[in-house]
Design a protein around this ligand. Structure first.
Ligand SMILES: Nc1ncnc2c1ncn2[C@@H]1O[C@H](COP(=O)(O)OP(=O)(O)OP(=O)(O)O)[C@@H](O)[C@H]1O
Ligand SMILES: [Mg+2]
Length: 436
């Protein structure tokens, strides 16, 4: 017989503990490790017994701090594979969102009855009790640039495909370019439900619902791979305007609870909706290109990220459509932005345009395989998956020598500023390098 699902109940109301306990015990496969009204003791029991399921009530202490929420946060950080059900008096979006962001998978409004507990348990039964098989709470990777047309969708789609290929896990690909999304075109799939459909059905949304309502892309070359689940942008532009930052936050929390990886394709705006996505992301792939307007925009965006408290572990700068050039080198870009370029995707116009126009992903196109291999190595580096070692960017020494040779060749006209100098001046970051 399968191992029982082990539950811990923390609730100050004995009557509510009895409702949860009795409901769970009727399921026949649950054992209650302990139940208590004491949060500190309850957390200690969680630490010692590492259960599969925990119920926690939200309650304020005398100073007005929500102690239940603190416990949920801790569980979310240290025991991500435990499913937490929070319960509280309120039923407002803010409370629910705060709980989900802290790591709760479900929220029950008090008082509740045994049927609600039983339904909730049945909804999650399949994902419970698989032991400590790693972090079940997914990672959100969003692809962003504050300038349009730099390759966000190309990178989001191929990164999602590369993650599913590399990890053999299902990946959600969400088109949050709410007005001009084109992820479904890239993969030539018919969206089943759009972001706004999901938003309308929030009360019914759970793992099974999400997996059946998202369009499923699976490569015919690799039918055993779980593939990519696509959530398309709203069909109607007006519908997209009704989607609030809170809606986006709820949607992402749900996707994160369902899929091990969630890749988000974004638009280029800097508004509350974008900031919400960036805030909730575990990793941000910041796309730029090797030209002055792009570098200027990227600089502004990196400064904003810094102000938002994101560090270099979270924000990965990537250069798209890279072509080696003496005019602007990667070193120049890094020096100017004072930021490491994490990856560069080569320029391969014919492969990308053939893929988009024919709706055939890069790995299935003969001339797309090389570019796609860059996505595979990028993904391994991004997720910290060990594999064949790859020099992330370039041979630094070689590049510096290269640019030095170029500037030596220019020395006949010492006053003519290099393009590097122009960028440095424009951005107010002229260094001695430009004059050397
Ligand atoms: N690595 C690449 N090599 C060559 N062409 C590329 C590459 N990446 C993207 N492109 C081309 O750049 C153009 C823009 O790409 P894409 O649609 O992915 O950008 P985007 O940032 O999503 O644009 P938008 O801001 O409009 O959503 C497309 O024509 C695409 O074919
Ligand atoms: Mg796009």
């Amino acid at each position: 017989m399968a191992e029982p699902i082990r539950a811990i109940l923390i609730d100050e109301d004995p009557a509510i503990r009895a409702v949860i306990r009795d409901a769970l015990l009727t399921m026949g496969d649950v054992s209650i490790v302990t139940e208590t009204d004491n949060l500190v003791y309850g957390y200690e029991m969680i630490r010692q017994h590492h259960p599969d399921l925990v119920f926690v009530d939200l309650r304020d202490d005398d100073a007005g701090n929500n102690r239940g929420l603190e416990i949920i946060r801790r569980i979310g950080v240290y025991f991500k594979d435990i499913m937490v059900v929070a319960s509280g008096q309120a039923l407002d979006m803010n409370t629910i969102m705060t709980c989900m962001q802290a790591g709760a998978r479900e929220y029950l409004r008090r008082p509740f009855n045994s049927d609600e507990v039983i339904n909730l348990y049945r909804r999650h039964r399949a994902s419970l009790g698989q032991g400590n098989q790693g972090d079940k709470s997914g990672r959100i990777i969003s692809v962003y640039s504050n300038k349009g047309g730099l390759g966000k969708t190309t990178i989001a789609v191929n990164t999602a495909l590369a993650i599913s290929q590399t990890t053999n896990q299902p990946v959600a690909l969400v088109d949050l370019n709410l007005q001009l999304g084109d992820v479904s075109t890239f993969l030539d799939i018919q969206p089943r439900q759009t972001v706004s459909d999901i938003m309308r059905n929030l009360s019914r949304v759970d793992e099974a619902y999400l997996k059946t309502s998202l369009a499923h892309y699976q490569s015919s070359n690799n039918p055993n791979n779980p593939g990519v689940y696509v959530l398309a942008d709203p069909v109607d532009v007006e519908e997209s305007e009704d989607i609030t930052p809170e809606d986006i936050s709820t949607l992402l929390a749900m996707l994160k609870a369902t899929f091990p990886y969630v890749v988000v394709d974004m638009d280029s705006s800097i508004d509350q909706r974008s900031i919400t996505i960036l805030d909730q992301s575990d990793l941000i792939v910041m796309v730029s290109m090797m030209n002055l307007p792009c570098i200027r925009n990227t600089q502004r965006m990196l400064e904003l990220c810094k102000r938002l408290g994101y560090d270099s572990h979270k924000v990965k700068l990537v250069v798209n459509r890279y072509v080696p050039s003496d005019e602007i080198t990667l070193d120049d870009v890094e020096d100017t932005l004072e930021y490491e370029v994490f990856w560069k995707f080569p320029n391969n116009y014919f492969a990308v345009i053939a893929s988009v126009n024919r709706g055939i992903p890069l790995p299935q196109l003969e001339n797309g395989k090389e570019l796609f291999s860059s996505f595979i190595t990028f993904t391994r580096n991004l997720l910290g998956i060990s594999g064949p070692k790859n020099a992330p960017n370039k041979n630094l020494t070689q590049m510096v020598e290269h640019s030095n040779q170029a500037s030596a060749a220019n020395n006949g006209d010492a006053k003519a500023p290099s393009l590097w100098g122009v960028i440095g001046q424009t951005l107010g970051k002229v260094t001695s390098k430009s004059n050397s």
